[in-house]
Design a protein around this ligand. Structure first.
Ligand code: GLU
Length: 420
C-alpha cells in the first residue's frame, strides 16, 4: 500500500480562502482570477561567495500581489522551505491584512531559499546585499517596502536600506521597515506583532466567555512573534503552560516563568532543556494540550484536516501566517472552537511598519507610548469590525475578515477602472 503523503502548499489554502470570500461577495470568475493572481513576480539568482572562497547559488523571489490601494508591503523570509508558491500565498495574505486594518498598501512578500543559521553573518550580509540589488527595480518607498519575516531581522533591514541607498546616491529610510531604531526604525516595532496578537487574543477569550486571568495558553514558536506573545500574555495574567520551537516543547502546569524561559533561550538557542518544566515528547504535542488559548506562532500549515480533531483549545489565535488549513478551519468551527485569523491577529507588525514608513517620510519620530496607543486603537477597531460582521452574518471570523478585506481591495480596483 502506498503511504498518503500530505503535500502542503499554502497557495492552495490562500486560493480556497479567497474563493470562499468571493462566493459570499457574489463576484465574477474574472474578478476571482484577478484577485488570485499576483500583479508581478521576480525570481532572481543570488550567487554567494562563501567564507571559504567557494561559490553557492541561491534562489530568491519577490512577489507583488496587489497594488490597487498603494505601494506593496510585506516581509522578506530566509528559510530552507521558501518556494515561489509560498511567497505568492504570503503576498496575497499581506494584501488582505493591509486592507483589513486600513493601511494604504497592497501586499508583497520576498524570500530566499536558504537557512541563515547555517551561514556566517558576513555570508548573510552578502546574500542580503546581492538579493537587494537584484530586486532594486521593484522596490522603493512608493513602490514596494520590505520588512522582517522568518529568518530576517533589523540588521538585514539595515543592509537592505544601505544597499538601496548607496545605489540611489542618497539615504532612503522609507525603503524598508523594521530597521534598527538608530537608523530610522520605529520605537515599538519589534514588539508590535506580539502586542497585537495579545490584544486580539484577550478580546477573543472574553468574547468566548473566558476570563483571561483564569485561563491557560500554549504558544507554538518562540521567535519574533511567539516569544513576545508569551510575555504579554503572562503580563495580562494568562497562565502560559507550554511553549515550543522546532527543537522541543516544554510544559509546566503551574505556568512557565516566561522571563526565565527567555533567559534560557538566549543562553542555549532553544526552549528545550528549560529546567523549570517538563519536556513534551514531540514539539507538536503542544497543539493538543487541554488549554483555553492556542497561539500557533511558527509557520504555515500546522493545523490541518489530519490533526485538527486533536486540537482542544477553545480559542486559536494565529500569530503565524497561514497556520490553519481551510479543512481544519471547518473542523474547528463545527466543534465551536473560535479561530482568529492571521490577517487580523498578526496585523500589528505591518501596522507599526506603516507608522515607521510615515515617520521616515515625514522625518519626524513619535514616542513609544504614541506608537503603542495607535497600534492598540487599530487592532481593537479591526477586531470589533470583524467580530460584528461575523456575528451579523453568522459566519466564521476568517470568512468575515477575508470578505471585508477583499471587498475593500475590489472597491479600490473598480474605482480606478481598467487601463486601457
Ligand atoms: N512579515 C510581517 C507580516 O507577515 C510584517 C510585514 C511588514 O511589516 O511589512 O505581517
Amino acid at each position: 500500500m502506498t503511504a498518503v503523503v500530505e503535500v502542503k502548499n499554502p497557495l492552495l489554502d490562500a486560493h480556497t480562502q479567497l474563493s470562499r470570500a468571493v462566493e459570499v461577495l457574489g463576484y465574477s470568475a474574472g474578478m476571482y482570477d484577478m484577485l488570485a493572481t499576483p500583479r508581478r513576480e521576480l525570481t532572481v539568482s543570488v550567487p554567494l561567495r562563501r567564507d571559504d572562497g567557494t561559490v553557492e547559488l541561491l534562489v530568491g523571489h519577490r512577489v507583488q500581489h496587489n497594488l490597487s490601494r498603494g505601494p506593496s508591503k510585506g516581509g522578506l523570509r530566509y528559510s530552507h522551505d521558501v518556494t515561489l508558491d509560498e511567497v505568492r500565498a504570503l503576498a496575497m495574505w499581506m494584501t488582505w491584512k493591509c486592507a483589513l486594518v486600513d493601511v494604504p498598501y497592497g501586499g508583497a512578500k520576498g524570500g530566499v531559499r536558504f537557512d541563515p543559521r547555517q551561514y556566517s553573518r558576513s555570508e548573510v550580509e552578502r546574500v542580503t546585499r546581492r538579493y537587494t540589488s537584484e530586486i532594486m527595480p521593484m522596490i522603493g518607498p512608493s513602490q514596494d517596502i520590505p520588512a522582517p519575516d522568518i529568518g530576517t531581522d533589523e540588521d538585514i533591514m539595515a543592509w537592505m536600506m544601505d544597499t538601496y541607498s548607496v545605489n540611489r546616491g542618497h539615504t532612503v529610510l522609507g525603503v524598508v521597515t523594521g530597521k534598527p531604531v538608530a537608523l530610522g526604525g520605529s520605537l515599538g516595532r519589534a514588539s508590535a506583532t506580539s502586542r497585537g496578537v495579545v490584544y486580539v487574543a484577550l478580546a477573543a477569550m472574553r468574547h468566548q466567555g473566558l476570563e483571561p486571568a483564569a485561563s491557560t495558553a500554549a504558544v507554538q514558536g518562540f521567535g519574533k512573534v511567539g516569544r513576545g506573545a508569551a510575555r504579554f500574555l503572562e503580563e495580562a495574567g494568562v497562565k502560559v503552560v507550554a511553549a515550543s520551537d522546532q527543537y522541543g516543547a516544554v510544559h509546566a502546569s503551574q505556568g512557565l516563568n516566561i522571563r526565565a524561559l527567555e533567559s534560557h533561550v538566549d543562553a542555549t538557542g532553544s526552549v528545550a532543556g528549560f529546567t523549570e518544566s517538563e519536556a513534551l515528547d514531540e514539539p507538536d504535542d503542544l497543539l493538543y494540550l487541554e488549554i483555553d488559548l492556542l497561539i500557533p506562532a511558527a509557520v504555515e500549515g500546522v493545523i490541518t484536516e489530519s490533526n485538527a480533531r486533536r486540537v482542544r483549545a477553545a480559542v486559536v489565535v494565529e500569530g503565524a501566517n497561514g497556520p490553519t488549513s481551510p479543512g481544519a478551519d471547518d473542523i474547528l468551527t463545527a466543534r465551536g472552537q473560535l479561530v482568529v485569523p492571521d490577517i487580523l491577529a498578526n496585523a500589528g507588525g505591518v501596522i507599526v511598519s506603516y507608522f515607521e514608513w510615515v515617520q521616515a517620510n515625514q522625518a519626524y519620530w513619535w514616542a513609544e507610548a504614541e506608537v503603542e496607543k495607535r497600534l492598540e486603537e487599530r487592532m481593537v477597531r479591526a477586531w470589533e469590525r470583524v467580530r460584528d460582521h461575523a456575528v451579523l452574518h453568522d459566519i466564521p471570523l476568517r470568512l468575515a475578515a477575508t470578505s471585508l478585506a477583499v471587498e475593500t481591495v475590489t472597491t479600490a480596483h473598480l474605482a480606478r477602472g481598467l487601463y486601457p
